[in-house]
Design a binder for this molecule. Sequence first.
Ligand SMILES: O=P(O)(O)OC[C@H]1O[C@H](OP(=O)(O)OP(=O)(O)O)[C@H](O)[C@@H]1O
Ligand code: HPA
Ligand SMILES: [Mg+2]
Length: 179
Amino acid sequence: MHQDMKEILISEAEIAEKVTELGQMISRDYKDLNPLCICVLKGAVPFMADLIRKMEIPVEVDFMAVSSYGSSTKSSGVVRILKDLEASVEGRHVLVVEDIIDSGLTLSYLIAMLKGRKAASVKVATLLDKPARRTVDLKPDYCGFEIPDEFVVGYGLDYAEKYRNLPYIGVLKEEVYSS
Ligand SMILES: O=P(O)(O)OC[C@H]1O[C@H](OP(=O)(O)OP(=O)(O)O)[C@H](O)[C@@H]1O
Ligand code: HPA
Ligand SMILES: [Mg+2]
């Protein structure tokens, strides 16, 4: 385990098993709908890459970059679009793929934007959900794991751009971000 971790919360094997399950579920629900999977950069990259390879139906992918955390463990509450989609979402069945829902601010902003652009449907697949921290009313349609109110990193999730390449989800030692 990395020296900055307090514990491993979700192992690589547990993630793999859950991603397979979600991929199968989404494949059943989106059969014949040709969904557009939107990866929310950067955190969702590993989850998106693994998830689409467990989907057994035709899918299209696109990418958006938004940021609300910067190098902090708290959301600034201001969602900035750093990179917009290439494809039009009008009439498309959109599945937004996220690594984590924390306050819910990032996703509620994105969902409103996609509906405003006339997507036929907008659903959310998230690997992690931290419901204790929610400030807006939002529930994922597909969720891997509900986690306690701790700052986690790994499998895409960062603290100050670090730890995204860890293959597991770990809890960061508090001294790492409080010093
Ligand atoms: O529910 P919220 O409180 O809005 O938090 C969740 C969002 O925060 C993180 O992204 P971040 O803005 O840190 O960008 P990153 O994916 O590039 O790390 C994470 O990847 C989610 O997109
Ligand atoms: O717990 C978290 N870890 C990393 N990034 C995050 N963005 C929202 N919550 C988190
Ligand atoms: Mg981040």
